[in-house]
Design a protein around this ligand. Structure first.
Ligand code: PEP
Ligand code: MG
Length: 787
C-alpha cells in the first residue's frame, strides 16, 4: 500500500468532491439526506456483516469474508484490512484485489504510507489520485499499480488504533462523506473482531508495550505548570459499542429519544450547579446545551439509525463523520467546537448505555492523572477534582477551554503529547511535569524519588507561605509593600481572600471573552464584572479593558493574518477604531460598579492622545449612565498600562491626566528590546534585570512619585522573587502577581532591607553589563534575602 512520511493527510481530495467543513452541527436534514439507494446499501451491508460475524469459523476466515463483502457492496476493486501488531506495525491481514501473497507479509510502520498515516492520526483519508499524493509510497509485492483512488479509515477501539480498513478503485473517483461514513461503520464492526484477540493475541501487544515501554519519557508542551504523580486513568477507554446493527429501527429511535431526554436533564442539572459556582463553567455548559439540542445533529443520528444501525453505532458514526470532516480544518475555533461536540457525543453514548455518571467516583483511584486524546472542559469538570492530580492530552492547545479550566483547577497539564494513549495503560504510574512539558511513564525509582523530593520541597514551601498569610507584607526596615493579585476568571477570585492579597491589581477582561463562543453583550459583561466586584468585597479591583489581538485571539474575531501581530491592531487600538465595542465594555463596567469603587486602565497606550480619547469615551458613558438614572461609581480611578516605550517620553503630558499607572513588564520588555515575547529562540536573550530595563523602571518610580500618581507593576516579573526584589530596589511598593507566587514574594519582602538594596542597585545601574542578575543574586545571598 502506500507508505509515506510526516505531513498530515488530505482528508478528501480537493478539487473533486470537497466535504462540508465550515460547521460541525449544521447540515440540515435536506442538505445531508442520503439517497434511498445509499441508505439501503449500507443497511444491506450491515445486515450481511452481522451474518458473517455470527457465523462460525476462524476470525481470519471471517475477516476474509468481510473484505470480500465490502468490496462487493462498495463496488471497490480492492478491500484490505491491516491489523496492528507489536511494535506499532500494521500487518496486511486480509485483502481482495491485492496479491494474496502479500497477506501477512506486507507490513507498515505507524506513520508510514497512507495506511500508516491513517493509524498515526486516527483519521480517515480519501484520495481520488492516491499515487500523486506525497505520502504515497509503492509496495511492489501488493501489486497495487493500477489503483488510482484510495480511501481508508482507522479501526478504533477504546480510543486506540487497532488497524486500518481501506478500499481502492482502478478508475479515478471522488469519495464522498457517505462513503467514509459507511467504511467507518464497518470498521467499528471489524474492531470487535480484532478485540477478540483471535487475529492478534492481545497479550502480544501487551507484552510488546511492556518491553517497549519500560520507563519512558514523553515530551509535549506545558499547558499548565506544576508536578503531579499518580495512577493513570484513560478517559473513558472502556466505552465500546457491542452491537452495531439492529433489527428494529423504531426501538432504536425510542432508545435514542430516551437517552437524549435523560442527557438534557443531566445537562440542565449541571447548568444549575455551575450557575451556583462559577461564571465560565456556566457559559461553557450552556454552549453544550445548545449543541445537545441541535436538530441537524440529532436528525443525522436518526437517519443513521434508519439505515439499520443501533442507536449507539449511529451516534458513533455521526461523530466519526464529523471528525473526518473536521480533520482538514485548521481554524482553531472550529476545531475547538469539535471537542465540544465530541464531549456531547460521549455523554449521549453514556446515557444510551444507561451509565449517566461516567466519571464514576466509585471506580476511580483516590488520586489519578487523566489521560485523553482530547476532551471538553465540561468533561474535565465531571471528574472529581479532589482526586484529579494532572492531565495529559495527545492534542490540546494553550488557549483551549480545557486548558483554561485546568488552570483554574490548578492542575498541571501537558498537551500535544504524541502517542500517549498508546503508551500509557490504565493504572500505570505516571509523573506529569507541567513545568517542563514532560510525562514520565512507569518512571524508575530514582526519577520518582527526585520528583518526590521536589514535590516535598514545594509542599513545605507552600505550608510556610500559607503560614505567612497572616504576616504583614513589610520589609525588614519597615517599608510596607502592597501585594495584589492578577486574575481573569471567576475561579481565580477565591485566591484573593485565601492569599490575603490587598486587591486585584490586574483583571484581564479578555479572558472571560476568550472562553465564550460569541461576543458577550453589555448585560452579560456587566454581570461578570459585578460578580468580580461582589467576590472582591471591599478590596479594590483594577479592570483592564479588552486586550486582544497579538497572541490573544477571540474565537469570533476575524483572523487578520497580520504580518507582525504583536505590533499590530490590538488592545486600545481596536477599542478606539471600534468605539462601539469600547463603549459597551465601559458601560458594562460603570454599570457593574454603580455606587461602588471602580478602577480601570487601558492597555497598549502609545500616545497620550490615545489615552485622552479613551477617557473621553468613558466620560461620555458616565454621562449616559447618569442620564439613565443609574448611580455612578462611588469613586472612579482611571489609569494606563505602561507597555509601549513611546509613552516613556510623554510623561510630562501624560501624568497630569492619570490616577495610576501599571507597568506591563511582559510587553514593555518586548517593545523595549524589540524582542518577541513568544519566540523561544529569544527566550532569556534580554533580561528584565538589565540596566536598561531597571533604569526605566526606576525613572518611572521617580516620575510617578513626583506627580503623585500611584504606580504598580503587573507583569510576570512581580511573580519572581529575585525580579521582585529588584523592583523593590527600584522603588516599587505595589506588585501584582499570580496567586501561586504570593507566599514566596512575601517571604522575600520580609527578609530584605530595601534601604540597603536601593543604594546597592543605584550603584549598579551605570554598569555596561547585559544583566545585573548575578549581582542581585550575590546581594540576596550576602544579605540573607530569602528567594
Ligand atoms: C504585561 O504585558 O506585562 C501584562 C501584564 O499584560 P499581558 O501579559 O496580559 O499582555
Ligand atoms: Mg501586556
Amino acid at each position: 500500500m502506500a507508505p509515506h512520511s510526516g505531513t498530515p493527510p488530505t482528508l478528501i481530495d480537493p478539487g473533486l468532491e470537497v466535504p462540508e467543513t465550515g460547521t460541525i452541527t449544521t447540515g440540515t436534514a435536506t442538505e445531508r439526506r442520503r439517497s434511498a439507494d445509499a441508505a439501503g446499501g449500507a443497511r444491506r451491508l450491515l445486515a450481511r456483516l452481522r451474518d458473517v460475524m455470527a457465523a462460525g469459523g476462524t476470525a481470519q476466515s471471517r475477516l476474509d469474508k468481510i473484505v470480500m463483502l465490502i468490496a462487493a457492496e462498495m463496488g471497490a476493486d480492492v478491500c484490505s484490512c491491516y491489523v496492528m501488531r507489536a511494535g506499532e506495525v500494521l500487518e496486511l491481514f486480509a485483502t481482495i484485489g491485492l496479491n494474496l501473497d502479500a497477506v501477512h507479509k506486507t507490513r507498515l510502520r505507524v506513520g508510514e504510507g497512507l495506511v500508516g498515516d491513517i493509524a498515526a492520526h486516527a483519521r480517515p483519508v480519501a484520495l481520488a489520485n492516491a499515487p500523486s499524493h506525497p505520502n504515497f509510497a509503492y509496495r511492489p509485492e501488493t501489486g497495487e499499480d493500477p489503483f488510482d483512488s484510495f480511501m481508508g479509515v482507522p479501526i478504533l477501539r477504546g480510543g486506540r488504533v487497532r488497524g486500518v480498513l481501506a478500499i481502492q478503485h482502478i478508475a479515478r473517483r471522488a469519495y464522498d462523506e457517505q462513503d467514509v461514513e459507511t467504511l467507518e461503520t464497518i470498521a467499528m464492526v471489524v474492531a470487535e473482531l480484532v478485540a477478540t484477540g483471535e487475529l492478534v493475541d492481545n497479550r502480544e501487544l501487551q507484552v510488546a508495550n511492556d518491553l517497549v515501554l519500560l520507563p519512558s519519557r514523553l515530551d509535549g508542551v506545558s499547558l499548565n505548570r506544576g508536578i503531579a504523580m499518580a495512577m493513570a486513568v484513560l478517559h473513558r477507554p472502556q466505552l465500546t459499542i457491542r452491537q452495531m446493527v439492529a433489527d428494529d429501527p423504531e426501538l432504536e429511535l425510542r432508545r435514542l429519544r430516551e437517552a437524549v431526554d435523560s442527557m438534557h436533564s443531566a445537562i440542565d442539572r449541571l447548568l444549575i450547579l455551575s450557575g451556583e459556582t462559577g461564571g465560565e463553567h456556566h457559559e461553557i455548559i450552556e454552549t453544550y446545551r445548545m449543541f445537545a439540542t441541535d436538530r441537524g445533529w440529532l436528525s443525522r443520528i436518526r437517519e443513521a439509525i434508519r439505515t439499520g444501525l443501533t442507536a449507539e453505532a449511529a451516534v458513533q458514526q455521526v461523530q466519526n463523520d464529523n471528525r473526518a470532516r473536521m480533520a482538514s480544518v485548521t481554524d482553531s475555533y472550529i476545531r475547538e467546537r469539535q471537542l465540544d461536540l465530541d464531549d456531547i457525543t460521549n455523554r449521549l453514548l453514556q446515557h444510551l448505555a444507561g451509565r449517566q455518571d461516567k466519571a464514576d467516583g466509585g471506580t476511580l483511584p483516590d488520586a489519578f492523572v487523566l489521560v485523553a486524546r482530547n476532551l471538553g472542559p465540561a468533561e474535565l469538570l465531571d471528574y472529581d477534582s479532589t482526586r484529579l492530580r494532572g492531565l495529559v492530552l495527545e492534542e490540546g492547545a494553550a488557549y483551549s477551554h480545557v486548558a483554561i479550566v485546568a488552570r483554574a483547577l490548578d492542575i498541571p497539564v501537558v498537551g500535544q503529547c504524541t502517542g500517549v494513549l498508546n503508551r500509557i495503560d490504565p493504572l500505570d504510574f505516571v509523573i506529569v511535569d507541567g513545568d517542563h512539558g514532560q510525562v514520565f511513564v512507569r518512571p524508575a525509582e530514582d526519577i520518582t524519588e527526585a520528583f518526590l523530593k521536589s514535590i516535598e520541597v514545594g509542599e513545605e514551601r507552600k505550608r510556610e507561605f500559607a503560614a505567612a498569610r497572616e504576616l504583614e507584607s513589610v520589609t525588614r526596615d519597615g517599608v510596607a509593600v502592597r501585594l495584589m493579585l492578577n486574575a481573569g476568571l471567576l475561579i481565580d477570585l477565591p485566591h484573593l481572600h485565601a492569599t490575603g492579597a490587598d486587591g486585584i491589581g490586574l483583571y484581564r477582561t479578555e479572558i472571560p471573552f476568550m472562553v465564550r463562543h460569541t461576543y458577550p453583550d453589555t448585560a452579560v459583561q456587566k454581570e461578570t464584572y459585578a460578580k468580580v466586584l461582589d467576590e472582591a468585597r471591599d478590596k479594590p479591583v483594577t479592570f483592564r479593558t479588552l486586550d486582544v489581538g497579538g497572541d490573544k485571539t477571540l474565537p469570533y474575531f476575524p483572523d487578520l493574518g497580520e504580518e507582525n501581530p504583536a505590533l499590530g491592531w490590538r488592545a486600545i487600538r481596536i477599542g478606539l477604531d471600534r468605539p462601539a465595542m469600547l463603549r459597551k465594555q465601559l458601560r458594562a463596567l460603570l454599570w457593574a460598579a454603580s455606587g461602588r469603587d471602580l478602577r480601570l486602565m487601558f492597555p497598549m497606550v502609545a500616545e497620550v492622545s490615545e489615552f485622552l480619547r479613551a477617557r473621553r469615551v468613558l466620560d461620555l458613558e458616565l454621562r449616559r449612565l447618569e442620564q439613565g438614572g443609574v448611580a455612578p461609581p462611588r469613586d472612579l480611578k482611571v489609569g494606563v498600562m505602561m507597555e509601549v516605550p513611546a509613552l516613556l517620553f510623554q510623561l510630562d503630558a501624560l501624568l497630569p491626566h492619570i490616577d495610576f499607572m501599571s507597568v506591563g513588564s511582559n510587553d514593555l520588555l518586548q517593545y523595549l528590546f524589540a524582542s518577541d515575547r513568544g519566540n523561544p529562540m529569544l527566550n532569556n536573550r534580554y533580561d528584565l534585570l538589565s540596566p536598561a530595563m531597571l533604569s526605566v523602571l526606576r525613572m518611572l518610580v521617580r516620575r510617578c512619585d513626583e506627580a503623585g500618581v500611584q504606580l504598580s507593576l503587573c507583569g510576570e516579573m512581580a511573580s519572581r522573587p529575585l525580579d521582585a526584589m529588584a523592583l523593590l530596589g527600584c522603588g516599587f511598593r505595589t506588585l501584582s502577581m499570580s496567586p501561586g507566587a504570593f507566599g514566596e514574594i512575601k517571604t522575600m519582602i520580609r527578609s530584605v532591607n530595601v534601604d540597603v538594596l536601593q543604594r546597592f542597585l543605584d550603584s549598579l545601574l551605570g554598569r555596561p553589563d547585559r544583566s545585573l542578575r548575578q549581582h542581585l543574586l550575590a546581594f540576596a545571598r550576602d544579605h540573607g534575602v530569602r528567594l
